[in-house]
Design a protein around this ligand. Structure first.
Ligand SMILES: [Ca+2]
Length: 584
């Protein structure tokens, strides 16, 4: 590297300003190349152009036969993820934890849960990801710890210990009465009495996940140190768990009454408006502060927030000039209907609220929601149409492990669920939950990844007992079989991601929707346009063939039956095509 720069220095003297420009570009190229990217060729930061694959570590790949997925198992599968075409992985928490909420209850932010591996394994993982030119995001739970975190143990021990104010403690409003009416996000009072301390602590989520008190600057300082600790280890960024809950109003007034029983937008629910418990001005400020910290690192780091709220609020988190949270999950696709007009409305909404330089996050499923293939009765053909939309519309696609092979939703009973939310609501009949559109037993979307048709699907050893049973016969969907089938769902993801990686329009271009009228007739269409390329994406959701004249020059990718007659595109029912345009 040194000698190449030396050569450049020599040539700079001869070439004046041009030479100077080349030197900067070349230095950027060298810096970028270390992380397997070339930042000379484009201006947009990597995170705006990337595609993300979410791994639930407990369920991905068990390397040592104890039935629990682990970090070495993820390392084993990095080539698979890289070959598929994903550029970034996000891994759900693997820190020390009593696993009451499967890692979202942290008892040591710098420690690794032994069943997942060691700190050395995690450092090895970061290196192996970077060696492949990929990025890795860790999952950070800033809002709360586990009840078993040593900080909480100390905080409980009395009212005058050094950590007595590290959590949100209050006296009750009377005998056996919580301090106020604040509810937890999954329902019930957010306050829990601790007999040892004789006070109530607040928990936004489950009772064993006490909220940290960010108004105590020592807490904030410590959590920033945790962020720095992992950034210094080379992690490329974070997914931030229930970020909007971090601050609570310091006056502790009751939340106002509201006429909604069911939770909505994390703003209302259980007959209250969550005015003083969610998205306080300080929480929005914290997003901006974290951005400054991340921006002080090179190469560029990234954070993506789990935040619920109205678009106006989300925009405040992002900042007027995109100087806040880099990106925030948008949820409108999660409860999709298989209709072109539904997706047209969502994309139009995202374009309206999140135009460049904002980048919408396109997500259909995660570790908290029903597997989205369940909504289309397991149809791989329909899944191809939806995944094309997710991977080619303007935004950051986030794909949950198993979606690429159509891994089915489990059918595990809630009564004995390992998921605490599933257990908590197991008394409510499933039909009623379905009618209300509530998903509780998250075991069913967290079943093991299926790598082969062997008895445990290649997730663990054949005679081992996986932590959750497989969701279906491994022969119905597995990686090995689909890798060998040219028309499989897996190879479809691979083809679309490959096209995306090699297209400036799909990665960087603007999005122009075709008319809503077409969408009402079943055809969702949009263009992606960059400086030197124009690509059309056409998806026929209907059960009729469609024809549209778009000045198409050739079909780059298709599934179902798509053809060109002149510049017209014909699409059979449930078919889709990516098209190069004549005027590109
Ligand atoms: Ca294991």
């Amino acid at each position: 590297m040194t000698s190449l720069l030396g050569l450049l220095q020599t040539s700079k003297k001869k070439e004046g300003i041009l030479g100077k420009y080349r030197e900067i570009a070349f230095r950027k190229f060298l810096i970028g190349s270390v992380y397997g990217e070339c930042i000379m060729a484009h201006e947009k930061p990597w995170w705006q152009r990337t595609s993300i694959y979410q791994i639930y570590p407990r369920s991905y790949r068990d390397s040592n036969g104890d039935g629990i997925g682990d970090i070495p198992g993820i390392i084993e599968k990095l080539d698979y993820i890289h070959d598929m075409g994903f550029e970034t992985i996000w891994i759900s928490p693997f820190y020390a934890s009593p696993q009451e909420d499967w890692g979202y209850d942290v008892s040591g932010y710098r420690d690794i849960a032994p069943e997942y591996g060691s700190l050395r394994d995690v450092e090895h993982l970061i290196n192996e990801v970077h060696r492949r030119g990929m990025k890795v995001l860790f999952d950070l739970v800033l809002n709360h710890t586990s009840i078993q975190h040593p900080w909480f143990t100390e905080s409980c021990s009395g009212r005058d210990n050094p950590k007595s104010d590290w959590y949100i403690w209050r006296d009750g409003a009377g005998a056996n009465r919580p301090p106020n009416n604040w509810k937890a996000i999954p329902g019930g009072s957010g306050w829990h009495f601790h007999p040892g301390r004789g006070q109530w602590y607040y928990a936004s989520f489950l009772p064993f996940q006490p909220d940290l008190n960010y108004r105590n600057l020592a807490v904030k300082d410590e959590m920033f140190k945790v962020v720095k600790y992992w950034l210094d280890k080379g992690v490329d960024g974070f997914r931030l768990d229930i970020f909007h809950a971090i601050y609570k109003a310091d006056h502790f007034k009751n939340n106002p009454f509201h006429w909604s029983f069911m939770p909505k937008d994390d703003k209302y629910g259980y007959f209250t408006e969550w005015k003083y418990t969610i998205s306080q001005p300080e929480t929005i400020g914290l997003a901006h502060e974290l951005r400054k910290l991340l921006d002080s690192y090179s190469p560029q780091r990234f954070m993506i927030g789990e935040i619920f709220g109205e678009d106006k609020l989300i925009r405040q988190y992002l900042g007027d000039n995109a100087e806040g949270m880099h990106a925030i999950f948008l949820w409108k696709m999660m409860d999709y209907r298989f209709q072109a007009s539904f997706f047209w409305d969502v994309l139009n909404h995202y374009e309206t609220w999140y135009p460049a330089p904002f980048q919408p996050v396109l997500v259909l499923g995660n570790h908290d929601s029903r597997r989205w293939i369940d909504r289309i009765a397991g149809s791989f053909q329909k899944a191809k149409l939806i995944s094309l939309l997710q991977l080619t519309a303007r935004g950051i696609p986030v794909v949950y492990y198993g979606e690429e092979i159509g891994l089915p939703e489990g059918e595990l009973p809630a009564k004995n669920a390992l998921d605490p939310v599933g257990r908590r609501y197991s008394w409510i009949p499933k039909w009623l939950l379905d009618v209300l559109g509530i998903y509780t037993n998250r075991d069913n979307c967290r079943t093991p990844m299926v790598w082969s048709d062997s008895p445990q699907g290649g997730f663990t050893e054949e005679n081992a007992d996986p932590w959750l049973p497989l969701s279906a016969d491994p022969r119905s969907a597995n990686v090995a079989a689909q890798a060998d089938q040219p028309n499989s769902l897996l190879n479809w993801y691979k083809s679309v991601l490959n096209l995306r990686q090699n297209s400036s329009a799909l990665r960087d271009g603007s999005l122009i929707l075709l008319s809503r009228q077409l969408a009402q007739n079943g055809l969702l269409g949009f263009f992606r346009q960059s400086k030197d390329e124009k690509i059309g994406v056409l998806i026929n959701f209907s059960n009729r063939p469609v024809e549209v004249d778009l000045k198409a020059s050739r079909i780059l990718l298709q599934t179902g039956t798509a053809s060109l007659s002149g510049s017209k595109v014909n699409l059979a029912s449930l078919s889709c095509a990516v098209i190069e345009m004549l005027d590109s």
